[in-house]
Design a protein around this ligand. Structure first.
Ligand SMILES: N[C@@H](CCC(=O)N[C@@H](CS)C(=O)NCC(=O)O)C(=O)O
Length: 214
């Protein structure tokens, strides 16, 4: 059985858990991080010296960290040919969208937008910084909107690893009541992801515990 370390409100844990769910893998998850603590112990640091979640411990006791690396490991070991192809070119085409989603979508949303809005108390929010961050994020999202006008999923006809790296951000984007620019194709895609049981279980998770923490 796989063991995941990380609180269910962490966006990176959500991406990993969604992947674990899609692949149908048996797991147990231990809550840790933020107010729950647990990342500063020698035992945790032996698994991840960066003191971040998620960490995945394999059946043989080996520990892996970095969400994207873990998901690629699981995709290579347990995924289908369409989820993360073996062919180097087809795989690179999934990876380029997956890396873009992590570097340009998640990184432009979680800290710059979600932390400055939901996680920050209203009296401390910086509306100019929020507006700029939202503009930067939505400029990236517009690329996905164009792409999803012609494709069912980010890499074409099939659900892939790239959809995990991209789609896990969308629940909070569409749920938090931000003044959003219209992206009809991304919205349609998000509504499709929201039908997936593993997305409902691991991504559509209450973030009330994170409100007004800054
Ligand atoms: N590059 C790492 C980033 C991991 C990361 O920043 N995780 C956050 C949660 S999303 C964390 O550990 N925060 C500290 C905490 O929860 O206490 C990855 O992709 O796994």
């Amino acid at each position: 059985m796989l063991t995941v370390f990380g609180r269910k409100t962490s966006s990176n844990v959500q991406a990993l858990m969604w992947g674990v769910g899609e692949l149908g893998l048996a797991y147990e998850r231990h809550d840790c991080g933020e107010v729950i603590g647990g990342l500063d112990t020698p035992e945790f640091q032996a698994m991840n010296p960066h003191r971040r979640i998620p960490v995945l411990v394999l059946e043989n006791g080996e520990a892996l960290f970095e969400t994207a690396a873990i998901l690629r490991f699981l995709a290579g070991r347990n995924g289908s040919e369409t989820f993360w192809p073996a062919d180097p070119v087809a795989r690179a085409k999934v990876d380029m969208w997956a890396d873009w989603a992590k570097n340009d979508i998640a990184a432009n949303f979680t800290g710059p937008v979600f932390w400055r809005t939901t996680r920050t108390a209203p009296e401390r929010q910086d509306s100019a910084a929020i507006a700029l961050a939202l503009e930067n994020f939505e400029a990236e999202l517009a690329t996905a909107d164009t792409r999803l006008a012609e494709h069912s999923y980010l890499c074409g006809a099939h659900f892939t690893l790239a959809d995990i790296m991209f789609g896990h951000v969308l629940y909070r984007y569409f749920d938090t009541g931000l003044a959003r620019k219209p992206t009809p194709n991304v919205l349609k895609y998000y509504e499709k992801l929201a039908q997936r049981p593993a997305y409902q279980e691991h991504v559509m998770v209450s973030y009330d515990a994170l409100r007004n923490t800054f």
